[in-house]
Design a protein around this ligand. Sequence first.
Ligand code: SF4
Length: 421
Amino acid sequence: MEENRIALIGIIVEDITVTDRLNTLLTEYGDHIVGRMGVPYRSKGICIISVIVDATNDIISALSGKLGMIKGLNIKTVYAKTKGDMITMKQTIIDKLVNSQSATADELAYLLELDDFLDIYAAADGVRKIVHGDTVHIRAIIEFSDYCSRRCAYCGLNAENSNVHRYRMKPEDIIQTAVEAYRAGYLTVVLQSGEDGWFTPKILGEIVKSIRAQTDMKITLSCGEMSYEDYKYLRECGADKYLLKHETADMEIYAALHPDARLESRINCLMNIKQLGYETGSGFMIGLPGQTTRTIAKDILLLKELRCDMAGIGPFIPHPDTPLRDHLHGSIELTKRAVALTRLILPHCNLPATTALGVLSKDAKDDILSCGANVIMRKVTPPDYRQMYEIYPVDFGEAKDIVTERRELEAQIRSVGREPK
Ligand code: SF4
């Protein structure tokens, strides 16, 4: 049975001699009319009437049509969005995401703002289970240098922060840590740093080659923007994946946060990385100043456009030594929603439960594994350096050896019904 809709019919009576015909018609439809109000505007020779109707589409259209046929009346009909309409709209967008992995920015923004997101979490978790199974991939991260020449306004490692204790691991120590991680069971290592010119592509390439010679781990680099030739060289040395978060797809927000960088250049690097056959990772932050649900929608669509294989989506956390020190941290709920929608629009993408989310709430980090995430990153950076790599403040607690930490994480993953790998 067709559902009723609520409509407001606005009528301007420009010829008052038709009033009788108008009243007869409204009486005929009286069972569907919730209320009506007429305001005569004598000095202008018109009367303005509003009629509220609760009826099926067919009845509302018939009434509007008949009113429109009366010469001397000017008619406009607007429909209210009822709860029923909203449920239908929500389901239509979810179906589109699940069936064709597509949505517009407006549709994604609409979903991000809903009161009830539970069925979208369930849909994302369902897609995760079908595409990735119950496996949670654990990646080892080695943060090998916290020197950085850039001045990103949200990052504690930015070049202008003189309170950071800067360090550079020796290449042989980076290699040794990667080999230890491999022996502890890690299958992927992420080598991450600020944009540190000391680590030239040549030096990085030698590190990659050496790890490749001693292990069969996948090697991910996350060392910032480089030229096409440098990315190509590192790929030839054996790097499999490259991680370069775009942070925000909004040109103005990007420019405000990155005094020495351009969004176009970031996107260009990501396109080069993809073209060179790297598994390509990007990602963004939730809670940046100026961000709206529509800009988050654009972030998700940019991941899709770049055909990302990995995407890190985490909440912004303010660092006391940065220009954003007084800004509030990003919303946990919005972070989870963005991950779930990314899972629906990019089913094959690897989506980590980010460290930043775990800093705000350990429960949320477990929780996000049921919202579409399938990866956990674990620091294996030697304890002496771990606390110094401070993009945002975080207390890592007591450091244990790589093997113990890996076993504890595996147990934690099993405790939420998933299988570590
Ligand atoms: S976000 Fe990266 S590039 Fe920017 S300051 Fe921090 S480490 Fe450097």
